[in-house]
Design a protein around this ligand. Structure first.
Ligand SMILES: [Zn+2]
Length: 453
């Protein structure tokens, strides 16, 4: 048992002073005491926050960050970006996928994300045949997570089609499974996780109504009766139009009516919804998996956060395409998109600190979506703690009520000094302890990809 002591920690939505946190050998928090002296504890300088869950990641995409920002023709959009993504996906062997994913996870920890939900659709070998070990690539994600220390919810993705009622394209060959093949893959993933990373959670991810057959999405909760269910929905207007044409309903509307969407579900993006759809999704208890930096980069559109939160909706944040890995910047972009649209300020928290409301909301929704004991400094939780530097920054001059606004809107990840993941120090002075090793493996992969694209 280790005992850490912080002058300040954010506990259950409040700043508390003189906080001792006891951590057991499994990396879980055993006890939290407030108003105690540092005697008998390891005193940690700085301000302790629960680490944020990252509810949406495609690890291999880290390699293409910044490589698809050059216009080739007028009218570049999500769909042209997706061609670059497919070429990237088809380029890598298992070692390279592990190297790229490990780099992403190292950067997540440096940026304040201490657990990640990996939405994993890259299953097969480059020619589309399953590996002899069907879960070869899932195993590489687990290896990357273990090397970095990040908490993991693995979401094997069911991807069967190239659009509603359309066969898959050649570029999608590494993703494709029919429902029977997928059930087998899922079972083998479960058994691999039990041996390789017993603390990880397992869920399931029907990719979207465009890439999984709607009849399979409708029964996914019954087929997989435990664990979170993540599904992309309504990211692009063209996808909404296709769905209306094929199924007579908008994607979120269809999912709410046919798939039993409830608190097990996390709908990724949910960008394009009508007012009543937004309110119905909020009532369902599902988490809106918002990826504001990616949504801005891809030109997706603006999620109606104001209406969704007013209706009691739950949200979390994800870094999706990994164009930039930064928890505070995601929250700032979410808030900023509402301000730009409405030409108003502090739209998402009319009654108090926006930084606090955003951070608290993303902790709660993220923990729900990951189905892991994360998102709080509390007994039973993974000891995932982000320590902000207080003395070297503006924070020292300000009372605690301003600290999360400073983190989200002003200082961001450069305020992060140390990060504990499951009780272990993984980031020291803002740098991951395994950064150098990760960079050494990542750089040759990036060099090769940049030459190949
Ligand atoms: Zn995604």
């Amino acid at each position: 048992m280790r005992r850490l002591w912080f002058a300040w920690a954010w506990l259950d939505g409040d700043w508390r002073e003189n906080v001792a946190v006891a951590i057991d050998d499994a990396g879980r928090i055993a006890e939290v005491e407030t108003g105690v002296s540092p005697a008998g504890s390891e005193a940690v300088p700085g301000i302790a926050l629960p680490g944020l869950p990252n509810l949406h990641s495609h690890g291999f995409q880290r390699a293409m960050a910044g490589l698809a920002e050059r216009g080739q023709r007028p009218g570049e959009d999500f769909w042209s970006w997706r061609h670059v993504m497919y070429r990237t996906a088809n380029e890598f062997d298992p070692d390279e996928i592990e190297a790229v994913t490990a780099m992403a996870y190292v950067e997540m920890l440096e940026a304040g994300f201490t657990a990640v939900a990996e939405f994993h659709y890259l299953h097969h070998d480059k020619d589309g045949t399953p590996y002899a070990n069907r879960v070869e690539l899932a195993g590489r994600i687990v290896a990357a997570a273990r090397a970095s220390g990040i908490g993991l919810t693995l979401l094997p993705c069911l991807y069967s089609a190239g659009g509603i009622g359309r066969v898959a394209e050649p570029g999608q060959r590494r993703f494709i499974n029919d429902i029977d093949g997928f059930c087998r893959l899922h079972e083998e993933t479960a058994s691999m996780l039990r041996s390789e990373m017993p603390g990880a959670a397992l869920g399931v991810a029907p990719h979207s109504l465009r890439a999984a057959r709607p009849e399979d999405v409708a029964r996914i909760a019954a087929l997989f009766p435990a664990g979170p269910i993540h599904c992309h929905a309504a990211e692009q207007v063209a996808e909404v139009d296709d769905c209306v044409a094929a199924l007579g309903a908008r994607p979120v509307e269809w999912l709410l009516d046919h798939a039993g969407v409830d608190a097990r579900w996390c709908l990724i993006h949910a960008t394009h919804m009508g007012a009543s759809e937004t309110e119905a999704m909020a009532r369902s208890g599902a988490v809106a998996g918002l990826c504001p930096l990616t949504e801005a980069d891809l030109g997706d559109g603006i999620f109606d956060g104001a209406r969704f939160l007013e209706s009691g909706g739950r949200f979390g944040i994800g870094s999706d395409s990994l164009i930039r890995i930064d928890a505070a910047a995601e929250l700032r972009q979410l808030d900023g998109s509402q301000r730009l649209r409405d030409r108003r300020r502090v739209v998402l928290s009319p009654n108090g600190s926006a930084g606090t409301a955003l951070y608290a909301g993303a902790l709660r929704g993220g923990a729900q979506a990951l189905n892991l004991p994360v998102g709080a400094i509390a007994p039973g939780a993974r000891a995932d703690i982000v320590v902000l530097d207080r003395d070297g920054t503006d924070l020292a001059a300000l009372p605690p009520g301003f600290w999360l606004d400073q983190f989200v809107f002003v200082g961001g990840s450069k305020l992060i000094d140390r990060v504990y993941a499951a009780g272990r120090v993984v980031v020291e002075q803002g740098r991951h302890v395994a950064r150098e090793a990760a960079v050494a493996r990542f750089r040759p992969v990036l060099r090769r990809l940049a030459a190949a694209l």
